[in-house]
Design a protein around this ligand. Structure first.
Ligand code: SAH
Length: 338
């Protein structure tokens, strides 16, 4: 039986119309889906006869919560099961400004960054729009607390799954369902330049984070194969244009890896590159992944790196490491359980 949620909102409306139903039925059903409905039977504002008709034609698949890991700092990590048996992860985090959820966009990842657990084993498939929406619905329910910020920084490269990403963003933003503000959503990319440009046009209110990790072309290529396809210069131009076009500050993520990208010469190159642009640098202490043989910079080196940037006019922060006791870095829980 076909899963109703596999259809885009537009396709759903057309399919319901073909059954002779008025347009508002689609919105009614969408509201129930956003409440986590697992079948049509509880949709009390539809007649019993209609519920039966819908259930004869379609199923409503949902994600299962297969494992929960709770950290002493309030962070919760969820291993979620997809209908085809694949697993993905989400992370729930508490901040002073509210609760945030980090979701995955693909099963695995094709980008091959040398320090990341998600890419070991490659990309299996893209997540569908409804699967990303369900990540939010089931994780929020399992966390037992409201989520008001969303980051797409879990497993996968969002811009390698662009159409489903766009459909998902439109769905989660719709006030008829969850109604999450675009300003409270951040999409993180390893640097697929044409999609950065497209995204700025399609979703100017959504925040953009760019995984930079190195401030010169050679060093970046050594860490991130994607840099060979889209060089640093074109990436920074696209990011700068994005800032000008949207008026929004671009976040650069820079994972500090001992001996690879954490020297003060590296900080000087980074400052040179970014000074005067509308940006914020998020320094992330590496979460070591055994297979990579890489280790995190010392606290002293991270502070010196941050200090250099600040003194040279580049705003930055060192990301607080949450959930260290529960494998909260991308892809580590899935890897252990697949
Ligand atoms: N593919 C997207 C989003 C997923 S990764 C991207 O590349 O931006 C989210 C962030 O975590 C990226 O900046 C990524 O480079 C970083 N990251 C991946 N593995 C990490 C690790 N082991 N330690 C610290 N940061 C990591």
């Amino acid at each position: 039986m076909e899963n109703f949620k596999d259809l885009t909102r537009e396709e759903r409306a057309a399919a319901l119309k073909a059954l002779g139903l008025p347009a508002f039925r689609e919105a009614q059903i969408f509201k129930w889906i956003c409440k986590g409905a697992e079948d049509f039977s509880g949709m009390s504002d539809l007649s019993a006869e209609l519920r039966t008709r819908l259930a004869e034609k379609w199923s409503l698949e949902t994600l299962s919560v297969d494992l929960v890991q709770s950290s002493s700092d309030g962070t919760k990590k969820f291993l979620l099961g997809l209908p085809d048996g694949n697993k993905i992860e989400t992370v729930f985090m508490e901040y002073s400004y509210g609760n945030s959820l980090c979701i995955s966009t693909q099963v695995g990842c094709a980008m091959g960054c040398s320090f990341c657990a998600s890419t070991i084993g490659g990309k299996r498939r893209n997540l569908k729009a409804w699967e990303m929406l369900d990540e939010f619905i089931v994780s929020e329910k399992a966390a037992g607390k409201p989520v008001n910020h969303l980051v797409l920084m879990g497993i996968g490269e969002p811009f390698d799954n662009y159409e489903n990403l766009c459909e998902f963003l439109r769905q989660i933003h719709d006030p008829k369902g969850i109604g999450l503000s675009y300003r409270n959503i951040t999409v993180s990319t390893c640097g697929i330049v044409p999609k950065i440009r497209q995204f700025g046009q399609d979703f100017p209110q959504v925040n953009l984070a760019i995984s930079l990790h190195a401030a010169n072309q050679k060093a970046r290529e050594a860490l991130m194969p994607v840099a060979k396809a889209y060089d640093l210069k074109s990436l920074l131009e696209a990011a700068d244009d994005h800032g000008k076009q949207t008026g929004r500050r671009v976040t650069y993520e820079y994972t500090l890896i001992a001996g690879k990208n954490d020297s003060l010469e590296g900080a000087a190159e980074l400052a040179e590159l970014l000074r005067g642009t509308l940006c914020h640098v998020n320094l992330i202490p590496l979460n070591p992944v055994a297979e990579t043989g890489l280790s995190a910079s010392s606290k002293k080196q991270a502070l010196a790196f941050a200090d250099y940037l600040e003194k040279h006019g580049v705003p930055c922060s060192i990301r607080r490491t949450l959930g260290k006791d529960i494998d909260a870095a991308c892809g580590q829980l899935r890897k252990k359980n697949s």
